[in-house]
Design a protein around this ligand. Structure first.
Ligand SMILES: C[S@@+](CC[C@H](N)C(=O)[O-])C[C@H]1O[C@@H](n2cnc3c(N)ncnc32)[C@H](O)[C@@H]1O
Length: 316
C-alpha cells in the first residue's frame, strides 16, 4: 500500500521556493490534547536531535498522547505518518480529533457544564457515572467515546489513564478546581496537525508488516517502561502490564526493522535488563523528570535510555 502524502501545506518545503515555509498559528501550537503518563513533552529537546531531519515517512508504534508526533509535525519534518496504539480509546480519540473536532468540542462542553456546575460530591458522582459508560458495552458513537476519554483524562487522579486487564479505564476521580475540559484551541490545533495522518489500532508486533505495507522509513517506539522495581509498575496502560517477555519481543521487532534497513528510535527505563536487550545498538542516557510517584520525596530526575540503530551506512 502506498503512503498517503500529508497535506502539501505541511510538507517540509514550499514547492515553489524550496525554502522552509512559515508555520501557521494552528500548526505552531499543536501539542497533545491528552495528558499522558510517560508523555514525552518535557523530553522533546533531548529526543528530537536523535531523529533524522526528514522529510520522513514516519511511524509511531505506541502513540499515547503523541508528543513526539506533534513536535515533528510542527517542525515540518514529516512527509507521511502512521500512528498506532493498542488502546482502542487512544486510537478513537486521535481519529475523532482529526475528523470531527468541532463535534468533539461540543460534546466536551456538555461534560464541562455538567461537571463544573455542581459541588464536590456532584462532581465525583458525575465522574464515576461517565467512567461506568463502558465503550465495550454501550453503543457510544466515536465522538461520545472520545469525549468520555478526554473528560476522564482531564478530571481523573493525576491525569493517569490506566486500564485494567480487560482494557477498562479504572483511575479514580481527581480534585482539580477548574480543569480545562473543552480545550477548543488545543483540539483544533491538534486536528489540523493530524490531517493526512493514518491512525490505527495495532499491537507493536505488527510493525515489521506495517513498515513494509506503508513504506515507512523511520519508527519511534515508546513502550510502557520496564519497571525499575517491583513497586514502580506504572506500566499498566493498556490491557494489563507489559511483561519482560513483551519487552524481549519488542527488542526482536527492533532487530527485524534493523534488518529491513528501517531507522528507529526507542525509549525505555534505564535498567540492566533494557541495556542488555539493546546492547548491540546505540544507547543514550536521558535525564527525565519523574512524573508519578506516591512518595513526594521520591520525585526528581530519573534516567531513561534512548536507543537508536544509527550506524555508518544507514543514512540518518
Ligand atoms: C509510554 S506510553 C506512550 C507515551 C507517548 N509516546 C506519549 O508521548 O504520550 C505507552 C503506550 O503504549 C500502548 N501499548 C501498551 N501495550 C501495547 C502493545 N502491546 N502494542 C501497542 N501499544 C501498546 C499504551 O496504550 C500506551 O498508549
Amino acid at each position: 500500500m502506498q503512503v498517503v502524502a500529508l497535506d502539501s501545506q505541511v510538507s517540509s518545503y514550499d514547492k515553489r521556493s524550496s525554502l522552509p515555509r512559515q508555520p501557521s498559528v494552528a500548526e505552531e501550537a499543536a501539542r497533545p490534547f491528552l495528558k499522558w503518563v510517560g508523555g514525552k513533552g518535557k523530553l522533546l529537546d533531548q529526543l528530537l536531535v536523535h531523529i533524522p531531519r526528514g522529510p520522513l515517512r514516519y511511524g509511531e508504534a505506541f502513540v499515547g498522547g503523541g508528543a513526539v508526533y506533534f513536535a515533528l509535525r510542527s517542525e515540518r519534518r514529516l512527509a507521511s505518518a502512521l500512528l498506532t496504539d493498542l488502546s482502542g480509546d487512544v486510537v478513537n480519540a486521535h481519529s475523532t480529533v482529526r475528523d470531527r473536532p468541532r463535534e468533539l468540542v461540543a460534546a466536551l462542553r456538555a461534560h464541562e457544564d455538567a461537571y463544573l456546575n455542581t459541588d464536590e460530591t456532584g462532581r465525583a458522582d458525575y465522574f464515576y457515572r461517565v467512567r461506568a459508560m463502558r465503550p465495550d458495552l454501550l453503543a457510544l458513537s466515536p465522538v461520545e467515546r472520545a469525549a468520555r476519554m478526554v473528560f476522564l483524562n482531564r478530571t481523573c487522579f493525576n491525569g493517569l489513564w490506566r486500564e485494567n486487564s480487560r482494557g477498562l479505564f479504572n483511575s479514580p476521580h481527581g480534585r482539580y478546581a477548574q480543569p480545562n475540559i473543552a480545550n477548543e484551541a488545543r483540539i483544533l490545533a491538534a486536528s489540523h496537525a493530524l490531517q493526512g495522518t493514518e491512525i490505527a489500532r495495532a499491537d507493536f508486533r505488527r510493525w515489521p508488516e506495517l513498515v513494509a505495507d506503508h513504506e515507512i522509513d523511520f519508527v519511534y517506539l515508546d513502550p510502557p517502561y520496564q519497571p525499575l522495581s517491583a513497586t514502580s509498575s506504572f506500566n499498566a496502560y493498556s490491557g494489563g502490564t507489559f511483561s519482560p517477555a513483551a519487552q524481549r519481543e519488542l527488542a526482536d521487532v527492533c532487530g527485524q526493522l534493523d534488518r529491513m534497513g528501517v531507522r528507529w528510535m526507542l525509549s525505555n527505563s534505564d535498567c540492566p535488563f533494557v541495556r542488555d536487550l539493546y546492547a548491540r545498538w546505540n544507547i543514550h542516557t536521558i535525564a527525565a523528570p519523574r512524573a508519578i510517584n506516591s512518595k513526594a520525596d521520591a520525585r526528581g530526575n530519573v534516567n531513561e535510555v534512548l536507543v537508536t540503530n544509527r550506524r555508518p551506512g544507514l543514512a540518518w
